[in-house]
Design a protein around this ligand. Structure first.
Ligand SMILES: Cc1cc2nc3c(=O)[nH]c(=O)nc-3n(C[C@H](O)[C@H](O)[C@H](O)COP(=O)(O)OP(=O)(O)OC[C@H]3O[C@@H](n4cnc5c(N)ncnc54)[C@H](O)[C@@H]3O)c2cc1C
Ligand code: FES
Ligand code: FES
Length: 465
Protein backbone atom coordinates (compact mmCIF):
# COMPACT_ATOMS: atom_id res chain seq x y z
CA UNK A 1 0.00 0.00 0.00
CA UNK A 2 1.16 3.50 -0.82
CA UNK A 3 -0.22 6.03 1.65
CA UNK A 4 -0.12 9.80 1.38
CA UNK A 5 -2.30 12.84 1.77
CA UNK A 6 -3.75 14.28 -1.42
CA UNK A 7 -4.79 17.85 -0.69
CA UNK A 8 -7.07 17.41 2.32
CA UNK A 9 -7.69 13.67 2.02
CA UNK A 10 -5.65 10.65 3.19
CA UNK A 11 -5.07 8.15 0.40
CA UNK A 12 -4.22 4.44 0.59
CA UNK A 13 -3.73 2.90 -2.79
CA UNK A 14 -2.50 -0.35 -4.26
CA UNK A 15 -2.03 1.24 -7.68
CA UNK A 16 1.20 0.29 -9.39
CA UNK A 17 4.15 2.02 -7.63
CA UNK A 18 5.60 2.90 -11.05
CA UNK A 19 2.48 4.79 -12.14
CA UNK A 20 3.13 8.50 -12.58
CA UNK A 21 1.66 10.73 -9.91
CA UNK A 22 0.08 12.72 -12.74
CA UNK A 23 -1.93 9.70 -13.90
CA UNK A 24 -2.96 8.94 -10.33
CA UNK A 25 -4.15 12.51 -9.80
CA UNK A 26 -6.12 12.73 -13.04
CA UNK A 27 -7.40 9.21 -13.61
CA UNK A 28 -7.67 7.69 -10.13
CA UNK A 29 -8.38 10.76 -7.96
CA UNK A 30 -10.30 12.45 -10.82
CA UNK A 31 -8.69 15.84 -10.24
CA UNK A 32 -8.37 17.35 -13.73
CA UNK A 33 -6.77 20.69 -12.76
CA UNK A 34 -3.25 19.30 -13.18
CA UNK A 35 -2.59 19.29 -16.92
CA UNK A 36 -0.78 16.87 -19.22
CA UNK A 37 1.61 18.59 -21.62
CA UNK A 38 4.86 16.95 -22.68
CA UNK A 39 5.07 14.10 -20.15
CA UNK A 40 8.84 14.62 -20.26
CA UNK A 41 9.42 17.20 -17.54
CA UNK A 42 9.84 20.03 -20.04
CA UNK A 43 6.65 22.11 -19.92
CA UNK A 44 5.56 22.41 -16.26
CA UNK A 45 1.83 21.94 -17.00
CA UNK A 46 1.73 19.03 -14.53
CA UNK A 47 3.47 20.83 -11.64
CA UNK A 48 2.27 19.91 -8.13
CA UNK A 49 3.78 20.44 -4.69
CA UNK A 50 5.18 17.69 -2.50
CA UNK A 51 5.33 18.33 1.23
CA UNK A 52 7.75 16.32 3.34
CA UNK A 53 8.02 16.28 7.14
CA UNK A 54 11.28 17.72 8.47
CA UNK A 55 11.73 18.57 12.15
CA UNK A 56 8.00 18.60 12.83
CA UNK A 57 7.24 21.00 9.96
CA UNK A 58 6.41 20.26 6.36
CA UNK A 59 8.70 21.53 3.59
CA UNK A 60 7.04 21.93 0.20
CA UNK A 61 8.74 21.66 -3.17
CA UNK A 62 7.47 21.73 -6.72
CA UNK A 63 7.80 18.57 -8.85
CA UNK A 64 6.86 17.47 -12.35
CA UNK A 65 4.11 14.96 -11.56
CA UNK A 66 4.41 13.35 -15.02
CA UNK A 67 7.80 11.91 -13.99
CA UNK A 68 7.14 11.46 -10.28
CA UNK A 69 6.69 7.74 -9.52
CA UNK A 70 3.73 7.09 -7.24
CA UNK A 71 5.94 5.07 -4.87
CA UNK A 72 7.81 8.28 -3.97
CA UNK A 73 4.57 9.90 -2.75
CA UNK A 74 4.38 7.55 0.25
CA UNK A 75 4.34 9.52 3.51
CA UNK A 76 4.10 12.89 1.71
CA UNK A 77 1.54 15.64 1.25
CA UNK A 78 0.64 16.01 -2.43
CA UNK A 79 -0.87 19.39 -3.27
CA UNK A 80 -2.61 19.98 -6.59
CA UNK A 81 -4.17 23.17 -7.89
CA UNK A 82 -7.48 22.08 -6.32
CA UNK A 83 -5.74 21.88 -2.94
CA UNK A 84 -4.90 25.58 -2.72
CA UNK A 85 -8.44 26.81 -3.41
CA UNK A 86 -9.82 29.24 -0.84
CA UNK A 87 -13.49 29.81 -0.17
CA UNK A 88 -14.85 32.50 -2.50
CA UNK A 89 -11.53 34.26 -3.00
CA UNK A 90 -8.41 33.91 -5.14
CA UNK A 91 -5.06 33.10 -3.56
CA UNK A 92 -2.52 35.97 -3.87
CA UNK A 93 -0.80 34.04 -6.66
CA UNK A 94 -4.04 33.54 -8.59
CA UNK A 95 -4.94 37.20 -7.99
CA UNK A 96 -1.57 38.43 -9.31
CA UNK A 97 -1.95 36.26 -12.45
CA UNK A 98 -5.47 37.65 -13.00
CA UNK A 99 -4.45 41.28 -12.30
CA UNK A 100 -1.78 41.15 -14.99
CA UNK A 101 -3.73 39.15 -17.59
CA UNK A 102 -1.06 36.48 -17.24
CA UNK A 103 -3.33 33.76 -18.59
CA UNK A 104 -4.98 33.29 -21.97
CA UNK A 105 -5.96 29.74 -22.96
CA UNK A 106 -5.18 28.78 -19.37
CA UNK A 107 -3.61 25.41 -20.11
CA UNK A 108 -0.28 26.31 -18.50
CA UNK A 109 -1.82 28.37 -15.68
CA UNK A 110 -2.25 25.67 -13.00
CA UNK A 111 1.44 24.81 -13.43
CA UNK A 112 2.54 28.44 -13.07
CA UNK A 113 0.27 28.92 -10.05
CA UNK A 114 1.71 25.82 -8.35
CA UNK A 115 5.32 26.85 -9.04
CA UNK A 116 4.67 30.34 -7.67
CA UNK A 117 2.85 28.85 -4.67
CA UNK A 118 5.91 26.67 -4.03
CA UNK A 119 7.98 29.88 -4.06
CA UNK A 120 5.64 31.41 -1.46
CA UNK A 121 5.90 28.31 0.74
CA UNK A 122 9.67 27.92 0.79
CA UNK A 123 12.06 29.15 3.48
CA UNK A 124 14.20 31.37 1.28
CA UNK A 125 14.30 35.17 1.14
CA UNK A 126 11.54 36.05 -1.35
CA UNK A 127 13.19 38.04 -4.15
CA UNK A 128 11.89 38.63 -7.67
CA UNK A 129 14.83 36.61 -8.98
CA UNK A 130 13.79 33.60 -6.86
CA UNK A 131 10.18 33.96 -8.05
CA UNK A 132 11.38 33.87 -11.68
CA UNK A 133 13.68 30.92 -10.96
CA UNK A 134 10.72 29.04 -9.50
CA UNK A 135 8.88 29.18 -12.85
CA UNK A 136 11.92 28.33 -15.01
CA UNK A 137 10.33 24.92 -15.70
CA UNK A 138 7.00 26.35 -16.88
CA UNK A 139 6.26 27.09 -20.52
CA UNK A 140 3.42 29.26 -21.81
CA UNK A 141 2.54 29.31 -25.52
CA UNK A 142 0.08 32.22 -25.38
CA UNK A 143 0.81 35.17 -23.13
CA UNK A 144 4.44 35.92 -23.77
CA UNK A 145 6.19 36.09 -20.46
CA UNK A 146 6.06 39.79 -19.59
CA UNK A 147 2.62 39.62 -17.96
CA UNK A 148 3.75 36.56 -15.97
CA UNK A 149 6.88 38.44 -14.89
CA UNK A 150 4.71 41.32 -13.68
CA UNK A 151 2.65 38.83 -11.67
CA UNK A 152 5.93 37.44 -10.26
CA UNK A 153 6.88 40.92 -9.15
CA UNK A 154 3.59 41.39 -7.27
CA UNK A 155 3.94 38.00 -5.60
CA UNK A 156 7.56 38.64 -4.56
CA UNK A 157 6.60 42.03 -3.08
CA UNK A 158 3.71 40.52 -1.11
CA UNK A 159 5.97 37.75 0.21
CA UNK A 160 8.52 40.27 1.55
CA UNK A 161 6.59 40.19 4.83
CA UNK A 162 6.49 36.43 5.18
CA UNK A 163 8.01 34.65 8.14
CA UNK A 164 10.66 32.51 6.45
CA UNK A 165 11.03 30.38 9.59
CA UNK A 166 7.39 29.24 9.21
CA UNK A 167 6.17 30.23 5.76
CA UNK A 168 3.23 27.81 5.71
CA UNK A 169 1.97 28.95 9.13
CA UNK A 170 2.26 32.58 7.97
CA UNK A 171 0.39 31.90 4.72
CA UNK A 172 -2.41 30.09 6.59
CA UNK A 173 -2.71 32.89 9.18
CA UNK A 174 -2.95 35.48 6.43
CA UNK A 175 -5.70 33.48 4.72
CA UNK A 176 -3.45 32.86 1.71
CA UNK A 177 -3.57 29.06 2.12
CA UNK A 178 -6.53 26.90 3.23
CA UNK A 179 -6.75 26.18 6.95
CA UNK A 180 -6.33 22.42 6.48
CA UNK A 181 -2.58 22.90 5.90
CA UNK A 182 -2.18 23.39 9.68
CA UNK A 183 -3.20 19.77 10.35
CA UNK A 184 -0.93 18.20 7.75
CA UNK A 185 2.17 17.66 10.00
CA UNK A 186 0.06 15.68 12.47
CA UNK A 187 -1.55 13.64 9.70
CA UNK A 188 1.79 12.83 8.07
CA UNK A 189 3.19 11.60 11.38
CA UNK A 190 0.46 8.94 11.44
CA UNK A 191 1.61 7.35 8.18
CA UNK A 192 3.84 4.32 8.79
CA UNK A 193 7.18 4.02 7.00
CA UNK A 194 7.01 2.39 3.61
CA UNK A 195 7.62 -1.36 3.64
CA UNK A 196 9.33 -2.27 0.40
CA UNK A 197 8.35 -5.57 -1.17
CA UNK A 198 11.22 -8.04 -1.01
CA UNK A 199 11.59 -8.41 -4.76
CA UNK A 200 15.10 -8.82 -6.05
CA UNK A 201 14.14 -8.29 -9.67
CA UNK A 202 12.20 -5.06 -9.01
CA UNK A 203 13.44 -2.09 -11.05
CA UNK A 204 15.38 0.42 -8.95
CA UNK A 205 14.19 3.99 -9.36
CA UNK A 206 15.17 7.24 -7.65
CA UNK A 207 13.70 10.58 -8.77
CA UNK A 208 12.46 9.05 -12.02
CA UNK A 209 13.61 11.99 -14.14
CA UNK A 210 15.55 9.74 -16.50
CA UNK A 211 13.70 6.43 -16.21
CA UNK A 212 10.18 7.88 -16.47
CA UNK A 213 11.19 9.68 -19.68
CA UNK A 214 13.07 6.76 -21.22
CA UNK A 215 10.68 3.89 -20.48
CA UNK A 216 7.46 5.02 -18.77
CA UNK A 217 5.42 1.99 -19.92
CA UNK A 218 8.04 -0.45 -18.68
CA UNK A 219 8.22 1.32 -15.31
CA UNK A 220 4.43 1.34 -15.08
CA UNK A 221 4.20 -2.40 -15.69
CA UNK A 222 7.29 -3.51 -13.73
CA UNK A 223 7.47 -3.70 -9.93
CA UNK A 224 9.68 -0.84 -8.78
CA UNK A 225 11.60 -0.12 -5.61
CA UNK A 226 12.76 3.39 -4.78
CA UNK A 227 15.94 4.76 -3.25
CA UNK A 228 13.85 7.65 -1.94
CA UNK A 229 11.66 5.86 0.59
CA UNK A 230 14.11 6.05 3.45
CA UNK A 231 16.11 2.93 2.57
CA UNK A 232 19.07 4.69 0.96
CA UNK A 233 21.31 7.45 2.34
CA UNK A 234 20.44 11.04 1.52
CA UNK A 235 22.14 14.27 2.51
CA UNK A 236 25.57 15.88 2.62
CA UNK A 237 28.15 15.63 5.38
CA UNK A 238 31.60 17.20 5.51
CA UNK A 239 33.86 15.64 8.14
CA UNK A 240 37.63 16.11 8.31
CA UNK A 241 37.70 17.65 4.83
CA UNK A 242 35.92 14.66 3.30
CA UNK A 243 32.56 15.37 1.71
CA UNK A 244 30.12 12.45 1.67
CA UNK A 245 26.96 12.71 -0.40
CA UNK A 246 24.23 10.08 -0.06
CA UNK A 247 23.40 8.55 -3.45
CA UNK A 248 19.73 9.50 -3.01
CA UNK A 249 20.55 13.18 -2.40
CA UNK A 250 18.62 15.50 -4.70
CA UNK A 251 20.20 18.26 -6.78
CA UNK A 252 18.16 20.87 -4.89
CA UNK A 253 19.71 19.60 -1.62
CA UNK A 254 23.17 20.29 -3.06
CA UNK A 255 22.03 23.84 -3.87
CA UNK A 256 20.65 24.49 -0.41
CA UNK A 257 23.64 23.01 1.44
CA UNK A 258 25.24 25.88 3.37
CA UNK A 259 28.35 23.75 3.98
CA UNK A 260 28.89 23.00 0.31
CA UNK A 261 28.44 26.62 -0.74
CA UNK A 262 31.04 27.60 1.84
CA UNK A 263 33.62 25.53 -0.04
CA UNK A 264 32.17 26.10 -3.53
CA UNK A 265 30.73 29.64 -3.56
CA UNK A 266 29.62 29.35 -7.20
CA UNK A 267 28.03 25.93 -6.86
CA UNK A 268 24.49 27.34 -6.91
CA UNK A 269 25.15 29.14 -10.22
CA UNK A 270 26.55 25.93 -11.70
CA UNK A 271 23.67 23.76 -10.47
CA UNK A 272 21.09 26.26 -11.71
CA UNK A 273 22.24 25.19 -15.18
CA UNK A 274 20.98 21.68 -14.42
CA UNK A 275 17.36 21.17 -15.58
CA UNK A 276 14.67 23.25 -13.79
CA UNK A 277 13.52 23.63 -10.19
CA UNK A 278 10.85 20.85 -10.27
CA UNK A 279 13.34 18.44 -11.87
CA UNK A 280 16.11 19.39 -9.43
CA UNK A 281 13.64 18.70 -6.61
CA UNK A 282 13.40 15.09 -7.86
CA UNK A 283 16.71 14.26 -9.58
CA UNK A 284 19.34 12.46 -7.51
CA UNK A 285 23.12 12.36 -7.70
CA UNK A 286 23.29 8.56 -8.08
CA UNK A 287 20.60 8.70 -10.78
CA UNK A 288 22.76 11.12 -12.76
CA UNK A 289 25.75 8.81 -12.50
CA UNK A 290 23.93 5.56 -13.31
CA UNK A 291 22.05 7.08 -16.22
CA UNK A 292 25.59 7.39 -17.62
CA UNK A 293 24.76 10.13 -20.08
CA UNK A 294 27.99 11.38 -21.70
CA UNK A 295 26.81 14.90 -20.82
CA UNK A 296 25.61 14.27 -17.24
CA UNK A 297 26.38 17.55 -15.48
CA UNK A 298 26.85 16.10 -12.00
CA UNK A 299 29.09 13.30 -13.27
CA UNK A 300 31.31 15.84 -15.02
CA UNK A 301 31.54 18.04 -11.89
CA UNK A 302 32.27 15.09 -9.62
CA UNK A 303 34.94 13.61 -11.91
CA UNK A 304 36.91 16.87 -11.72
CA UNK A 305 36.66 16.63 -7.92
CA UNK A 306 38.15 13.10 -8.08
CA UNK A 307 35.02 11.65 -6.49
CA UNK A 308 34.79 8.03 -5.43
CA UNK A 309 31.68 5.91 -5.51
CA UNK A 310 30.79 3.54 -2.71
CA UNK A 311 28.46 0.75 -3.84
CA UNK A 312 26.83 -2.25 -2.23
CA UNK A 313 25.67 -5.55 -3.71
CA UNK A 314 24.75 -8.73 -1.82
CA UNK A 315 26.05 -7.17 1.39
CA UNK A 316 29.50 -6.52 -0.13
CA UNK A 317 30.67 -2.93 -0.47
CA UNK A 318 33.32 -1.60 -2.78
CA UNK A 319 34.75 1.78 -3.66
CA UNK A 320 35.93 2.91 -7.05
CA UNK A 321 36.93 6.23 -8.62
CA UNK A 322 33.93 7.74 -10.39
CA UNK A 323 35.79 8.20 -13.68
CA UNK A 324 36.55 4.47 -13.77
CA UNK A 325 32.92 3.48 -13.39
CA UNK A 326 32.12 4.52 -16.97
CA UNK A 327 33.25 1.77 -19.36
CA UNK A 328 31.54 2.71 -22.61
CA UNK A 329 28.36 4.34 -23.86
CA UNK A 330 25.79 3.63 -21.10
CA UNK A 331 28.01 0.80 -19.81
CA UNK A 332 28.99 0.89 -16.17
CA UNK A 333 31.33 -1.07 -13.98
CA UNK A 334 28.41 -2.11 -11.76
CA UNK A 335 26.96 -5.58 -11.37
CA UNK A 336 23.17 -6.05 -11.62
CA UNK A 337 21.56 -4.98 -8.35
CA UNK A 338 24.58 -2.97 -7.18
CA UNK A 339 23.44 0.24 -5.51
CA UNK A 340 25.35 3.48 -5.12
CA UNK A 341 25.22 4.40 -1.46
CA UNK A 342 27.63 7.31 -1.23
CA UNK A 343 29.79 9.56 -3.33
CA UNK A 344 32.82 11.00 -1.55
CA UNK A 345 35.54 13.50 -2.41
CA UNK A 346 38.20 15.48 -0.60
CA UNK A 347 37.30 19.12 -0.14
CA UNK A 348 39.84 21.01 -2.30
CA UNK A 349 42.45 23.07 -0.46
CA UNK A 350 41.70 26.77 0.05
CA UNK A 351 44.32 27.54 -2.60
CA UNK A 352 42.35 25.52 -5.18
CA UNK A 353 39.70 26.80 -7.54
CA UNK A 354 36.83 24.90 -9.10
CA UNK A 355 34.95 25.80 -12.25
CA UNK A 356 32.08 24.29 -14.26
CA UNK A 357 31.09 25.43 -17.74
CA UNK A 358 28.27 24.24 -19.98
CA UNK A 359 27.19 25.14 -23.49
CA UNK A 360 23.65 24.24 -24.49
CA UNK A 361 21.22 25.59 -27.05
CA UNK A 362 19.27 27.35 -24.28
CA UNK A 363 20.96 28.54 -21.09
CA UNK A 364 18.36 26.99 -18.77
CA UNK A 365 16.40 23.73 -18.91
CA UNK A 366 18.59 22.19 -21.58
CA UNK A 367 21.20 19.51 -21.63
CA UNK A 368 24.72 20.29 -22.74
CA UNK A 369 26.32 20.12 -26.16
CA UNK A 370 29.60 20.08 -24.26
CA UNK A 371 30.25 20.62 -20.57
CA UNK A 372 33.46 20.67 -18.59
CA UNK A 373 34.73 21.08 -15.04
CA UNK A 374 38.20 21.90 -13.80
CA UNK A 375 39.96 21.89 -10.46
CA UNK A 376 43.19 23.88 -10.28
CA UNK A 377 45.62 24.42 -7.47
CA UNK A 378 48.60 26.74 -7.99
CA UNK A 379 51.71 26.90 -5.80
CA UNK A 380 54.61 29.33 -6.31
CA UNK A 381 53.32 30.20 -9.77
CA UNK A 382 53.15 26.57 -10.89
CA UNK A 383 50.33 24.08 -11.22
CA UNK A 384 50.33 21.92 -8.11
CA UNK A 385 47.20 19.93 -8.92
CA UNK A 386 44.89 19.90 -11.91
CA UNK A 387 41.90 17.80 -12.97
CA UNK A 388 39.92 18.51 -16.11
CA UNK A 389 36.75 16.64 -17.03
CA UNK A 390 34.48 16.93 -20.04
CA UNK A 391 31.13 15.70 -21.31
CA UNK A 392 29.80 15.46 -24.86
CA UNK A 393 33.19 14.74 -26.39
CA UNK A 394 33.32 10.95 -25.92
CA UNK A 395 30.82 8.11 -25.28
CA UNK A 396 31.23 8.67 -21.53
CA UNK A 397 31.72 11.61 -19.16
CA UNK A 398 35.51 11.77 -19.31
CA UNK A 399 38.45 12.55 -17.11
CA UNK A 400 41.01 14.20 -19.41
CA UNK A 401 43.92 12.59 -17.65
CA UNK A 402 46.59 13.28 -20.27
CA UNK A 403 45.82 17.01 -20.40
CA UNK A 404 45.50 17.15 -16.60
CA UNK A 405 48.82 15.30 -16.08
CA UNK A 406 50.60 17.49 -18.59
CA UNK A 407 49.71 20.64 -16.66
CA UNK A 408 51.15 19.40 -13.36
CA UNK A 409 54.20 21.40 -12.30
CA UNK A 410 53.96 23.77 -15.26
CA UNK A 411 53.77 27.56 -15.25
CA UNK A 412 50.67 28.87 -16.97
CA UNK A 413 51.74 30.57 -20.20
CA UNK A 414 50.50 30.62 -23.78
CA UNK A 415 52.73 27.74 -24.83
CA UNK A 416 51.56 25.46 -22.01
CA UNK A 417 47.90 26.38 -22.52
CA UNK A 418 48.09 25.73 -26.28
CA UNK A 419 49.91 22.44 -25.77
CA UNK A 420 47.28 21.37 -23.20
CA UNK A 421 44.57 22.12 -25.76
CA UNK A 422 46.39 19.95 -28.33
CA UNK A 423 46.68 17.10 -25.84
CA UNK A 424 43.02 17.23 -24.87
CA UNK A 425 42.01 17.23 -28.53
CA UNK A 426 43.93 13.96 -28.91
CA UNK A 427 42.16 12.28 -26.02
CA UNK A 428 38.57 13.04 -27.07
CA UNK A 429 36.40 11.47 -29.77
CA UNK A 430 33.28 13.60 -30.26
CA UNK A 431 30.64 12.64 -32.81
CA UNK A 432 28.35 14.82 -34.89
CA UNK A 433 24.75 14.74 -33.68
CA UNK A 434 21.82 17.11 -33.09
CA UNK A 435 23.87 18.93 -30.45
CA UNK A 436 26.56 19.95 -32.95
CA UNK A 437 29.22 18.66 -35.30
CA UNK A 438 32.31 16.91 -34.00
CA UNK A 439 34.42 19.93 -35.05
CA UNK A 440 32.11 22.32 -33.20
CA UNK A 441 32.36 20.21 -30.03
CA UNK A 442 36.16 20.21 -30.28
CA UNK A 443 36.07 23.99 -30.52
CA UNK A 444 33.65 24.18 -27.58
CA UNK A 445 35.92 22.14 -25.34
CA UNK A 446 38.82 24.46 -26.12
CA UNK A 447 36.67 27.49 -25.34
CA UNK A 448 35.41 25.99 -22.09
CA UNK A 449 38.98 25.24 -21.01
CA UNK A 450 39.92 28.85 -21.76
CA UNK A 451 36.81 29.99 -19.85
CA UNK A 452 37.95 27.99 -16.79
CA UNK A 453 41.38 29.66 -16.95
CA UNK A 454 39.89 33.10 -17.43
CA UNK A 455 37.76 32.56 -14.32
CA UNK A 456 40.75 31.30 -12.31
CA UNK A 457 43.25 33.94 -13.39
CA UNK A 458 41.02 37.04 -13.61
CA UNK A 459 43.02 40.03 -14.84
CA UNK A 460 46.21 37.96 -15.15
CA UNK A 461 44.56 35.94 -17.92
CA UNK A 462 45.56 38.50 -20.62
CA UNK A 463 49.22 37.95 -19.73
CA UNK A 464 48.88 34.20 -20.16
CA UNK A 465 47.41 34.18 -23.66
C1 LIG B 1 13.43 18.06 -18.25
C2 LIG B 1 14.73 17.42 -17.84
C3 LIG B 1 15.88 18.18 -17.83
C4 LIG B 1 17.08 17.59 -17.47
N1 LIG B 1 18.21 18.37 -17.47
C5 LIG B 1 19.38 17.83 -17.09
C6 LIG B 1 20.55 18.65 -17.07
O1 LIG B 1 20.52 19.85 -17.34
N2 LIG B 1 21.72 18.05 -16.71
C7 LIG B 1 21.79 16.73 -16.39
O2 LIG B 1 22.89 16.25 -16.08
N3 LIG B 1 20.71 15.94 -16.40
C8 LIG B 1 19.50 16.47 -16.75
N4 LIG B 1 18.38 15.67 -16.77
C9 LIG B 1 18.51 14.24 -16.47
C10 LIG B 1 18.16 13.80 -15.04
O3 LIG B 1 17.39 14.75 -14.36
C11 LIG B 1 19.42 13.50 -14.20
O4 LIG B 1 20.24 12.58 -14.85
C12 LIG B 1 19.05 13.01 -12.80
O5 LIG B 1 20.13 13.24 -11.92
C13 LIG B 1 18.63 11.54 -12.75
O6 LIG B 1 18.35 11.21 -11.40
P1 LIG B 1 17.02 10.44 -10.97
O7 LIG B 1 17.08 10.29 -9.51
O8 LIG B 1 15.82 11.13 -11.51
O9 LIG B 1 17.25 9.05 -11.74
P2 LIG B 1 16.20 7.90 -12.12
O10 LIG B 1 15.54 8.24 -13.40
O11 LIG B 1 15.33 7.57 -10.98
O12 LIG B 1 17.23 6.71 -12.33
C14 LIG B 1 18.23 6.74 -13.35
C15 LIG B 1 19.02 5.44 -13.28
O13 LIG B 1 19.79 5.41 -12.08
C16 LIG B 1 19.54 4.21 -11.36
N5 LIG B 1 19.75 4.54 -9.97
C17 LIG B 1 19.19 5.55 -9.27
N6 LIG B 1 19.69 5.60 -8.03
C18 LIG B 1 20.60 4.59 -7.93
C19 LIG B 1 21.48 4.13 -6.91
N7 LIG B 1 21.53 4.73 -5.71
N8 LIG B 1 22.28 3.08 -7.18
C20 LIG B 1 22.25 2.47 -8.38
N9 LIG B 1 21.45 2.86 -9.38
C21 LIG B 1 20.64 3.92 -9.18
C22 LIG B 1 18.14 3.81 -11.76
O14 LIG B 1 17.92 2.43 -11.55
C23 LIG B 1 18.15 4.20 -13.23
O15 LIG B 1 18.77 3.19 -13.98
C24 LIG B 1 17.15 16.22 -17.12
C25 LIG B 1 15.97 15.46 -17.10
C26 LIG B 1 14.78 16.05 -17.47
C27 LIG B 1 13.52 15.23 -17.46
S1 FES C 1 3.55 17.26 -18.63
FE1 FES C 1 5.15 18.62 -19.24
S2 FES C 1 6.40 18.70 -17.46
FE2 FES C 1 4.95 17.18 -16.99
S1 FES D 1 -2.06 30.72 -21.37
FE1 FES D 1 -2.08 29.33 -23.02
S2 FES D 1 -0.27 28.18 -22.74
FE2 FES D 1 -0.13 29.71 -21.27
Amino acid sequence: MISFILNEKPVNTDCNPGMSLLDYIRYEAKLPGTKIGCREGDCGACTVLIGELANGKVDYRSVASCLYPLINAHGKHVVTIEGINLNNTLSPVQQAMADHWATQCGFCTPGFVMSFTGFCMNHEAPTLQRAIEAIAGNICRCTGYKSIERAANDIALLMKEKDISDPVGWLVNKGYLPQYFSDIPQKLKLIDAYVPANETDAQLIAGGTDLMVQKPDYIYEKRVKSTLNGQQPQGIAIVDKTCTIGGATKVSDLISSAELSLHFPQLKDYLMLVSSEPIRNMATVAGNIVNASPIGDLSVMLIALNAKVLTIANGITREQPLHEIFLGYKQLNLIPGEIIQHITFEIPKNSSQFSFEKVSKRKYLDIASVNSAMLLEMKNGKVENCRISAGGVAPIPSYLHKASNYMQGKELNAEIVNRTVEIMQDEISPISDIRGTAEYKRLLLRQLFIAHLQKFLGKRFEQVL
